[in-house]
Design a protein. Structure first.
Length: 204
């Protein structure tokens, strides 16, 4: 019986075993491409090629293919963005206006750095996958709930819980809309408008 090649055998022939392929690189590449081009317009072969993965290694880590990768992208995006929300909330130290301005500035500057090309990964997946995918819809709802919850806590010192929750939901919705407009207009003006509307001083 022919023995299956071991990881050591593969390495000795100059080929990295499947486990040597970094999953994180595929996830980062897919996030970037989804945000730039959308989910449907991003081909799996493009992700594999740009991440530098042999197909065998890719499918070892993502046997479910592109759909499984999208779920991993969303999970990583949630971890990263929610952590960013929390850092801004902590730095605001009970000052709702400071939190809003910092959050809007961070999102706007990220878009500016991509030359207004990179949208929100969650928004892309919500538009393209969520309508027909209950599992993805649930994951997205949980992500948006987390963002709203963090924002509500940051806004909360000067508002009751229900009011803070409603205001935070409106803020997240406004930011998502501002991303779309900023991408189209190639301008920070939508973010400036959000900052003015959601701060008591009206200062962007």
């Amino acid at each position: 019986m022919r023995k299956a090649p071991s990881h050591a055998d593969a390495s000795s022939r100059g080929r990295a075993p499947p486990l040597a392929y970094p999953r994180e690189k595929a996830i980062e590449t897919a996030e970037r491409l989804f945000r730039l081009h959308g989910y449907a317009a991003t081909g799996l072969n493009q992700i594999i090629e740009e991440s530098g993965a042999p197909k065998g290694s890719f499918y070892f880590h993502f046997p479910g293919g592109k759909r499984e990768l999208a779920a991993e992208v969303l999970a990583a995006y949630r971890t990263k963005t929610s952590a960013g929300f929390r850092v801004l909330a902590q730095k605001a130290a009970g000052d709702p206006d400071r939190f809003v301005r910092a959050l809007v500035k961070a999102v706007g500057e990220e878009m500016r750095a991509s030359d207004w090309a990179a949208g929100c990964a969650a928004q892309v997946l919500a538009q393209e996958l969520a309508p027909d995918d209950a599992e993805m819809s649930d994951a997205l709802a949980s992500l948006f709930d987390e963002w709203v919850g963090i924002a509500a806590a940051a806004i909360g010192p000067s508002a009751d819980r229900r009011s803070a929750q409603a205001r935070a939901l409106a803020l997240v919705a406004a930011l998502e809309g501002a991303r779309t407009l900023a991408r189209t207009l190639r301008s920070a003006a939508p973010f400036d408008a959000v900052a003015r509307q959601f701060t008591t001083s009206g200062a962007g």
